[in-house]
Design a protein around this ligand. Structure first.
Ligand code: C5P
Length: 239
């Protein structure tokens, strides 16, 4: 299956445990972003009802769940996530090929349009941590090794830093979906992100989905911030 591409590649990260705030933000940004991303904090706090409420806003939803378990369990969880209406979700590539194949099969049995992307090496993991858990480094090489495995196992793409796009693109080809966090418009606060790119730089580098949180959600005017990013990406009309 060729991965769907999004006209507006910005998925806003609704990183708040406050359900009303998340829903209000999502609704207000609907015309200016391409999708909504929810993560473990939100899903743990609000459960399936919370996920359904975000899906009901009407934008594609990326569930950042990072599944990693035995294949049968991941397949079952993937099925349930697809039933909740997630458009994209992620799993750890280090769970292995069978786990990845079963995640895709489980989700697609419910909805053939669901996209599954892999987590290679978390950006919080450096070469020392990688060695301590017995994975072969250096991290930059492990990222590409796992991206190739993800592609071989039938995943739609991987989550990666914008700096890793070139290496993964050349290893996995033009149709592999590259999802990049760590995006900061020029002048925005870095907060805890370190190696960042602006939206325009990430677009030029070939990012398919940009996960952007605080530069939008922490702005005095989130709608204006999302509009400015859309304009930077060459989108003049609402998404
Ligand atoms: O606020 P900010 O733009 O930094 O948010 C980025 C989002 O992407 C957060 O939800 C964060 O958990 C997620 N993320 C990340 N880096 C990764 C993977 C996910 O920042 N390597």
């Amino acid at each position: 299956m060729t991965s769907q591409r999004f006209r507006n590649p910005v998925f806003v990260a609704l990183d708040t445990p406050d359900l009303d705030k998340a829903l209000e933000l999502g609704r207000s940004l609907k015309d200016y972003v391409g999708g909504l991303k929810i993560g473990l904090e939100f899903i743990t706090a609000h459960g399936p009802e919370g996920v359904r409420a975000v899906v009901a806003i009407g934008l594609p939803v990326f569930a950042d769940v990072k599944f990693h378990d035995i294949p049968n369990t991941v397949a079952a969880a993937s099925r349930e996530l697809a039933r909740l209406g997630a458009t994209i979700f992620n799993i750890h590539v280090s769970g292995g090929e069978v786990m990845m194949r079963e995640a895709v099969a489980g989700a697609r049995a419910v909805d053939p349009r669901v996209m599954v992307v892999g987590v290679t090496v978390l950006t919080s993991i450096d070469n020392d941590i990688l060695g301590a858990v017995g994975q072969r480094g250096p991290a930059a090489e492990q990222v590409v090794r796992l991206a190739r495995l993800a592609k071989h196992a039938g995943l739609d793409g991987v989550v990666c830093s914008a700096q890793e796009i070139a290496a993964i693109r050349s290893a996995c080809g033009p149709d592999f979906l590259l999802v990049t966090p760590g995006i900061r418009p020029a002048g925005a606060a870095l907060a805890d992100q370190r190696r960042v790119m602006t939206p325009a730089e990430a677009q030029r580098a070939g990012s398919d989905i940009m996960v952007i949180g605080r530069p939008i959600t922490g702005a005095a005017d989130p709608v204006a911030a999302a509009r400015a990013i859309a304009a930077e990406l060459g989108m003049t009309a609402p998404a």
